[in-house]
Design a protein around this ligand. Sequence first.
Ligand code: AMP
Length: 206
Amino acid sequence: MRLVLLGAPGSGKGTQAARLKAELGVPHISTGDMLRAAVAAGTPLGLQAKAVMVAGQLVSDDILLGMLEERLARPDAAHGFILDGYPRNLAQASALDQLLRRIGQPLDAVVKLEVPSAVIVERCRIRFLAEHRADDEPATVTRRLAVYAEQTAPVAEFYARAGKLQVVDGVGELDQVTARLQAALGVTESEPVFRDPRSLAKAPEN
Ligand code: AMP
């Protein structure tokens, strides 16, 4: 299964990907985690990315594409992956399309976790208290949500137009959300809970 998980920062992509990876038998590839590891290790890439991440902005497309290409070439990704945090803008979405076409591994599914921004702000506030992630600081969360609305929301529209997008309600208990994702991906018997992606064009971005 080659899956892209979309959703605003704090929508639960990372948590849900970690839950789905065993069941799907594929690695969870989080570009945010990879960048945080590079920052922690003090690599040149990490040093370059750090200030951008703390400011809640996006790290350059070139850096991300190189990092992703290297990661997808590792043997554990040969039979699929869950991408979390990539693509983050339209340029990355088309770079991913080209990369996957080149390596003959087209996406099987794109699922967006839909969570209202008031819930996101509260989740990030709680995560900030627990994990002290600098970019969960309230002012930075506001900036990240603005970057998301401006640059990442069009990525969902891009996949919706291609007929690939499913939108899953990301509000509720962790198990409930996992069950909705499993249903959307066809890995359980129950009915998927998702909204019509055509409504995306009109819906205000949360
Ligand atoms: P995340 O954990 O996915 O919320 O990512 C944390 C931060 O890492 C983001 O706010 C960005 O600064 C950076 N980042 C992660 N993924 C990407 C990406 N695909 N493109 C650009 N920057 C990214």
